[in-house]
Ligand binder design. Structure first.
Ligand SMILES: [Cu+2]
Length: 156
């Protein structure tokens, strides 16, 4: 014979089963695949106040869809440009980049000697030991904001 408690547990079990069956588990998987780019190890090098400061980070794309980085902005900078350091005729220089492709499951490294963000006219917020927020903007209209650790000229 079933007492009242057992019946209650059975009813609860049936209700829980119905809830689980109704949960769209597939939606979670789709969202994971479509996840946008992620930003890691963001930092910015402050050489001298009022001089442009270069920002570095790693951008990874876990998704199946490619992306393109097309710009950046920050309240800590007058403007932020995408730059690349290049050597031409033995001369180290840098050039502006309009767009950087991020392949599906790809990674782009912004590092000294290569791609970097150029924080023009840095404000007083750009002080070694602090962090400043910089927002990366993508061709599809999405954006990604990171807390960039401000380091001194030596990069540490
Ligand atoms: Cu630069």
């Amino acid at each position: 014979m079933l007492d009242n408690r057992t019946i209650g547990a059975r009813v609860a079990g049936v209700v829980l089963g119905a809830v689980l069956a109704a949960t769209p588990i597939a939606a979670t998987a789709v969202r994971a695949q479509d996840a946008g780019p992620t930003l890691s190890k963001p930092w910015i090098r402050m050489v001298m106040p009022s001089r442009p400061a270069a920002g570095y980070f790693q951008l990874s794309n876990p998704g199946d869809t490619g992306a393109a980085l097309t710009g950046a902005e920050s309240t800590a900078c007058g403007s932020v440009m995408l730059h690349r350091s290049v050597t031409r005729n033995g001369q180290a220089t840098m050039e502006m980049v309009k767009s950087i492709k991020l392949m599906p499951h790809g990674t782009i490294l912004f590092s000294p000697g290569g791609y970097h963000l150029m924080c023009m006219e840095p404000t007083e917020a750009v002080v070694p030991g602090k962090t400043v927020q910089i927002t990366l903007k993508f061709a599809d209209g999405t954006s990604l904001t990171g807390d960039f650790e401000v380091r001194g000229a030596a990069g540490n």
